[in-house]
Design a protein around this ligand. Structure first.
Ligand code: NDP
Length: 598
């Protein structure tokens, strides 16, 4: 029987996946500890000495990224003023503090991605904001809500301990602080611990090297705003990795280096970006009260195959795939759609999209052999989709050399450079665009553990995987809140939507306690267990990820990780956001137990 195009494509995807599967999964990467610790040093702001803190605050929040800023802002809106942010970086911004590599930009539309636009009155300069504007916005939020004064920068929390007698948390840090807090919040982000590929010889390299999240402008010249990296004019540079980060910095390196060697294990899918400045007059027309929440709600609804909004406000590469799937689902058919029909609609829409993305490579890249190697052979959401209008054309420059490793990756590092498939490429500098830890244990990524009620550690409570109610409350850890995306909406295409929502939850709970005079809150064991039951993995998503090329979305192809963040409310993100709003507004806070005066 003749093979159909769909079968041929499935076979090709399976072959490419098989080339990349490896038994060591996450263990293929090196943790940046011990002799690799210097890769973590802050190249941007010098650490300033200060006296340790030994006082008491109402709220201590670990992490000064969007989660911390949003939570502090929502708490202040609810009348709770005292929030101390503890942050390992030298300022606010979280991932945007660290990721200052050239070309860094957010792929999610600025109007829905940048927090508190309405509250700060800031209009993003572009449809897709560049990193310096986002970092500056974080500072703007910090100033507007007065968060700088009490923030502890360049400070790593080392230990958080619940004191049952005093009904407070004791917060300890690597700067000798030991202070107490009635509440703690944690917004440590999903992608903040850089990792290196565990390559033989990696510490023998005699040239210069750094990770993209600690860009060394002292070595390269230039700056995050895009000034030319003039110090690379006589340099041979290797970049290892071709994920979302590399896609953005390669065009800048391509213009600056004498020679750029891009080491590719798996190509990214790179769709059109279509960035443009925002028009202030247009913005003034849309910015009526409540506009940002309305845009965020519209985006999440458009991203969900089960919703049918009558408008697509953002209308970009993210909503395009969802619309294609929805278009197929709603097309006339002879009888009711079976589950298999739905899966086929999903697959066909994906194949159509990926064929267009592969055709785009042919249209842009002049050398047909290079174009062939830049094509992604997997379904679009197997890896983080990328959007860029200069990445592919960078390979038309004579200084840029794509070293495709056909799924095997770099072989080793030598004192002189990078070795792939037996060939040595001598270079002056190696830039690791090798990503961040995702599937490892959360407390390893936090860099500290929590000691809760009855001296139970969070790492013990989570030994078989994360447990929570709503991704916010954890049984045994009173007055502690997580502000993150897992086990809640889990809306990966716009992470701040999750953070904003969790921040509102924290503010609502704390305000309720203040009004009623409660001093502790804790989710009950039963409520946590009931919520975990609701998080049964979506079978469509589980089987989809199982067939995907390895990457952090599918635990490097090793099957579901108990530590994966990618678990959410099974009815989908829009349903979660509706549910939780109602839960907050009801005033019952079902599942939480409050103690103290009422
Ligand atoms: P990723 O984890 O996405 O990419 C790491 C890259 O390193 C992959 O291409 C990987 O290949 C490659 N790699 C790992 N080991 C080897 C090896 N031994 N030899 C060769 N290559 C190797 O990290 P990124 O920093 O690119 O992105 C992380 C996340 O940050 C994104 O997924 C996204 O969520 C976010 N981000 C968002 C941006 C935006 O909004 N535009 C921009 C940048 C990042 P392989 O694929 O085969 O594993």
């Amino acid at each position: 029987m003749a093979t159909t195009p769909t079968e041929a494509l499935r076979r090709k995807y399976a072959q490419e996946r098989a080339k990349r599967l490896r038994p060591d999964g996450n263990d293929q990467y090196l943790a940046l500890s011990g002799r690799f610790r210097h890769y973590l040093a802050d190249p941007y702001i010098e650490r300033v000495e200060r006296e340790p803190k030994h006082d008491h605050v109402t709220v201590a929040f670990i992490g000064g990224g969007f989660a911390g800023l949003l939570t502090a802002a929502r708490l202040q809106d609810a009348g709770i003023g005292s929030v101390r942010i503890v942050e390992k970086a030298g300022g606010f911004g979280g991932t945007w503090y660290w990721n200052r590599y050239p070309g860094a930009q957010c792929d999610t539309a600025a109007l829905i991605y940048m927090p508190l636009l309405e509250e700060t009155g800031h209009m993003p300069a572009e449809r897709y904001a560049h990193a310096p504007e986002i970092l500056e916005h974080c500072d703007r939020i910090g100033k507007q809500y007065g968060l700088h004064d009490d923030a502890l920068f360049h400070t790593q929390a080392t230990d958080l301990e619940w004191d049952e007698t005093a009904r407070r948390w004791i917060v300890r840090t690597d700067r000798g602080d030991e202070f107490t807090a009635q509440f703690i919040g944690m917004g440590t982000g999903p992608l903040h611990v850089p990792k290196l590929p565990g390559l033989a010889g990696i510490d023998t390299f005699r040239g210069h090297s750094f990770h993209t999240s600690r860009w060394d402008y002292g070595y390269t010249g230039g700056d995050p705003a895009g000034a030319p990296m003039d110090r690379l004019a006589d340099k041979r540079v290797a970049i290892i990795g071709t994920g979302a980060t590399a896609v953005q910095c390669v065009p800048h390196l391509a213009r600056s280096c004498r020679d750029l060697f891009v080491f590719q294990r798996t190509p990214s899918s790179v769709d059109e970006r279509g960035n443009a400045p925002l028009d202030p007059q247009w913005f003034a027309r849309i910015a009526s009260p409540g506009w940002q929440q309305h845009w965020m709600d519209n985006f999440v609804a458009n991203m969900s195959a089960g919703e049918l909004p009558d408008q697509d406000l953002v209308n970009d590469g993210w909503t395009d795939l969802a619309q294609r799937i929805r278009g197929r689902l709603s097309a006339p058919r002879s009888g009711p759609a079976s589950f298999a029909d739905l899966l086929a609609d999903f697959e066909n829409a994906d194949h159509e999209k990926m064929s267009e993305i592969r055709a785009r490579v042919d249209a842009i890249v002049a050398d047909p052999a290079t174009a062939q190697r830049l094509k992604a052979w997997y379904r679009q959401l197997c890896k983080r989709p990328c959007f860029h209008d200069e990445y592919l054309s960078a390979y038309n420059l004579p200084a840029v050399h794509l070293i495709d490793t056909d799924g095997r990756g770099v072989e080793r590092i030598s004192p002189a450079g990078v070795v792939a498939a037996g060939t040595q490429y001598p270079v002056d500098c190696i830039i690791y665009a090798s990503g961040f830890e995702v599937g490892t244990e959360p407390t390893r990524r936090y860099g500290f553990d929590l000691t809760g009620r009855d001296r139970v550690r969070l790492s013990e409570h989570w030994s078989a995987g994360m447990r929570s109610m709503h991704g916010v409350h954890v049984h045994g850890f009173p007055n502690a809140f997580l502000v993150q995306l897992g086990q809640g909406g889990n809306f990966v295409a716009n992470v701040p939507h999750n953070l904003n929502d969790a921040a509102r939850t924290v503010a609502a709970v704390v305000a309720h306690m203040t009004r009623r005079g409660f001093d502790t809150v804790e989710v009950t064991k039963d409520a946590e267990a009931a919520w975990m039951q609701l998080l049964a993995p979506n079978p469509v998503m589980a089987s989809f990820l199982a067939g995907c090329t390895p990457g952090y979305y599918n635990n490097e192809g090793q099957g579901p990780s108990p530590h994966s963040l990618l678990a959410g409310y099974s009815a989908g993100a829009p349903a979660y956001f509706r549910y939780i709003e109602q839960w907050r507004n009801s005033g019952d806070f079902a599942g939480l137990e409050f103690t103290g005066r009422d």
